[in-house]
Write a protein that binds this ligand. Sequence first.
Ligand SMILES: [Zn+2]
Length: 404
Amino acid sequence: MLRCDELTKFSREPNAYCRTYLTPEHRAAADWLAEKMRETGMTVREDSVGNVIGRYEGQTEQARAVILGSHFDTVPDAGKYDGNLGVITAIECVATLAATGRRLPFAVEVYAFADEEGTRFTTGFLTSSAVVDGIINFPLRHVDQDGKSVADALEDYGLSVENISTAKRHSDEFLAYIELHIEQGPVLEENDLAICPVTSIAGQTRLSITIDGKAGHAGTVPMPLRRDALTGAAEMIIEVERVCRADDRLVGTVGTVNVSPGALNVIPGEVEFGIDIRSGDDAVRQSAVESLLAFFRTKAKERGLEITTEVKQTTPAVACDPELLKIIDAACADVTGRSLQLYSGAGHDAAIMASLCPAGLIFVRCKDGISHHPAESISLDDADMAFRAMMRTLERLAESWAPV
Ligand SMILES: [Zn+2]
């Protein structure tokens, strides 16, 4: 908890916690984390995209590793625990092993990911993607608000674009990736539980819907003759809520609505709204999207409106590894005496790392489910339980997985 407090000093502004990729405050935090890793006896290096990596050898040199990791970049005006808690806890686990000279049948690597939020260059998961893919998907030409490209920012930071592909790791180097992260939602709190394993990380569809009607005078066009784009859109938005409320595997949000011409005394002629639909189950999400689009078309026809639909983005759900999930579930139950499994509506590095090796995720309760906000808060007891669940996970892995 103290270390999460201490990390907040590496911030762009003194009064709002913000640390984005390849900035001076990012540099300072990376050096600080490297120092904390070194103090435990880990071998520490920084890879070609700025990830800080510590390695604690197992019973035999160069054994395959279990990765414990999370990210240390933040959103603007962030809380203290998003990402950072996972990194600090991972270091703490190794410190605990090292304090008694204990070696496991596998090595432990701690990954502190340099960019997950995508705050500076708008694309998230940059540096875990580089660990999986190398340079293939690295958006070198993306620019920040000041027009600086990822490529230039890397060079300023002291990294070389030519070396990016060396961040890539191979699946045969690893047994598993385990991430600890705050829940960023209210379900654990509602269940009066400190920690739990995560089954999958939600897939997502982003849609943009444009409704064309006919603008007109708010006083002179009789109601039956109107083609009001906004009242049509309103029915569609309510349908998004209805469909997602009817199935607890779904969440759906309409977060943007643009009305034109947008005057109090003019019938809305055109409305564009954006939908974000998520589920841990791709088939459930897909079928919800299809049923919504069918409803929208019928409704538009009924009201004499034109409709254009566009799928802006689709990301599939990522299931946590079932064997690893069992182990994490048992480890959490060792600590709490209870078992509850959640799916994650938010994206995490674990979803990226799952294509490299079996990945697992542990959630920690946060107060009122608040995250991406300075009010983000966890209790000391919960942090302790989370740490113990991570240690139990390592111990259970050591028992169940033979030396490799
Ligand atoms: Zn996070």
